[in-house]
Design a protein around this ligand. Sequence first.
Ligand SMILES: *[C@@H]1O[C@H](CO)[C@@H](O)[C@H](O)[C@H]1NC(C)=O
Ligand SMILES: *[C@@H]1O[C@H](CO)[C@@H](O)[C@H](O)[C@H]1NC(C)=O
Ligand SMILES: *[C@@H]1O[C@H](CO)[C@@H](O)[C@H](O)[C@H]1NC(C)=O
Length: 287
Amino acid sequence: MLSFRLLNIVRVVLALSTISLGSSVPSKRATVCNGHAELCNRSYGNITHFGSHDSFAFTKDPFVLARDQEVDIPTQLGLGILFDGGTVQDYLTKVFNWLQANPNEVVTLLFTNPESVSLPNVWAPAFQASGIAQMAYVPPSIPMKRSDWPTLGQLIDSGKRVIVFLDYGADTDRSVNYILPEFQMIWETPFSVTDSTFPCSVDRIAGPLATLDHMYMINHSLNVNILDTGIIVSDPLEAPTTNSITSITAHSNGCAPLAGGRAPNFVLLDFVDLGQGLAAVNKLNGF
Ligand SMILES: *[C@@H]1O[C@H](CO)[C@@H](O)[C@H](O)[C@H]1NC(C)=O
Ligand SMILES: *[C@@H]1O[C@H](CO)[C@@H](O)[C@H](O)[C@H]1NC(C)=O
Ligand SMILES: *[C@@H]1O[C@H](CO)[C@@H](O)[C@H](O)[C@H]1NC(C)=O
């Protein structure tokens, strides 16, 4: 029953800034955070994270229209992102094991809950059984302004290295304190974009905080409207162009006026192995 319900989850995103491959033994105070010493003293709310959306849609079959990703888990780990198509608990267990092996990484999980299934009865047991619950950050108050977030170094030093957002359900049900209401703290750009110039606007947003106090996410995947039928699918042929530094930077620049001049906090791509996603994110982080 649990996995049946969880199959309804249509978006699972895991965002990392970067990966420090072959990371060293954990020290008392982190000196490298998500692959960069400079990030240790930066607020979580002032970092651009690299992510992918619809990680459930991984497949190598080119005839599956719904595929948004085409690389397997070890490859994605090398890219700074992780995907899975199994149950949420399997997925979280893989993330947990990976975090154990990579003690200087902070990971963001964005889950979707379109049917608003129960947080305490369905979501929390998966987080607990996987071990992730004990690593999940619990903010001192909800919603957190973007300037309220601790630094990556503080998150790593405290052992609370997983930030969990849920799109629907967590705003009304606060019974699981580490599952955070996404749109109260993050706004996002429109999805199913078919305009390759990615005009920026504030799409989903919620809660009492001003737009400028939210973090924000650019949904940088270009879709095609098949033969103008209105059927929208993500477009792998365009991915190298879409995932170029030029295109991602232009999208970010287009959003900056809506965000107090800031870069996006999350850059979500399709086909993350194609193009220059990580290089673009490093650039947005000032590297
Ligand atoms: C971070 O800031 C502290 C003081 O707040 C300083 O001692 C430390 O050297 C800084 N670390 C890095 C990596 O800049
Ligand atoms: C991004 O766009 C896709 C479709 O293009 C959509 O399914 C998804 O919900 C959007 N948002 C995020 C945060 O992935
Ligand atoms: C972080 O702060 C710098 C300096 O104010 C800014 O240029 C950058 O856009 C910010 N990034 C994010 C993701 O907030």
